[in-house]
Ligand binder design. Sequence first.
Ligand code: GAP
Length: 440
Amino acid sequence: MAKPKQANQKMEDIISLCKRRGFVFQGSEIYGGLAGTWDYGPYGVALKNNIKNLWWKRFVDGREDMYGVDAAILMNKGVWEASGHVSGFSDPLVECSKCKRRFRVDQLDDPKVCPECEGRLGEARQFNMMFQTHIGAMQDESSISYLRPETAGGIFVNFKNIIDSFHPRLPFGIAQIGKAFRNEIAPRDFIFRVREMEQMEIEYFVKPAEWERFFQEFQKQIHEWTKEIGLEKSHVHELEIADGDRAHYSKRTIDFEFDFPFGRKELYGLAYRTDFDLKAHSESSKTDLSYYDEETKERFIPHVVEPSFGVERTFLAVLSDAYTEDELGGEKRVYLKLSPNVAPVKIAVFPLLKNKPELVAKAREVYAVLKKEFGAVEFDDNGNIGKRYRRQDEIGTPYCVTIDFDTIEKNAGVTVRNRDTGKQERVALEEISEKFKGIV
Ligand code: GAP
């Protein structure tokens, strides 16, 4: 079904801003691109890092029961055989008999007719989405490996290492942020569905009888997280996934959906993976992955609650809620109403005029102080002040500091301009650092 024009327009505007201002570029662009891959420019990296750092702070550093890992992307193929991905991680695919294009059946309005050329579509067949490669010089069955399709695999194989090194008591979690790869049949909607992505995942190990309590706890935590990164509460929805529609390892799944410009789509997942993975890896690797409970003197395989967050989808949701067009001082403007904690640049510092050395010198002084304190601070003396404000608005910089003649001649401090209201206030030079502490 065609998307409403307005929605398409908003996506086009976001994509165009991302390219124009150095957030996101098409992967391998000068070679014509590579579908489903994207490169992140300076502001994109900064926004992504802010998202990942905030997540790590909240879900790992902010808790006593969480252990971080950074596992290898290439894993022994036994991992993915045991987890069920080799046999079952597939999407139904159909091919057009006329133009030979391939489509995911579940994304077609009519599974018999090609949406591109109206040719006849063939029978659906299962298409495994893992990227396969070979390790070493031999290219045979024995050298097959896969790029991990979810970071979770790297967590499960390290369960025993964490137990042996840290002796944690249940419940505890292992968290990881890293790349995952899926050979999506139809990458689409900018960075929403990509072939190379990043996930932020937790496998939270619990006593079997306690899974529901922790499932509900993470349900709440996910909502709190979306609030922290500035997503509009009314744009986040829960969808209980019915029996038969869940991943093979899950006994209960809630998708957290978001109102993207192209419709309501999955943002995150929360799954109850039972003891499926540890049991499967235990049997397949012939390694004991059970846990001994000192209190009850029982040995058992823990159950798992898994909150899973895509970095790209977070990035897109944040941009989509932040993208704003309004009028300020009689002029149209585009700005990103980013929460200061994710904004790539926190503060920009300007001399009012570029050709006045005394203004530039003072602005450089203020910039050096703020840069040391807050890191993501920019200096800009290019073009007139109005243009500089617009440039910073467009990348979502919450505050602009301007050094003018009153700063120097009357010791009247600097002006601090608020991105959202455009209002300015004067702040004494000696109070400038204090002003931003705790708000950027
Ligand atoms: N470990 C569980 C897991 O991987 P999933 O629902 O397949 O579950 C989890 O993926 C999250 O990863 C999704 O909610 C989404 O945020 C992100 N994700 C999955 N496939 C993606 C893709 N092709 N492009 C971008 N993000 C993706």
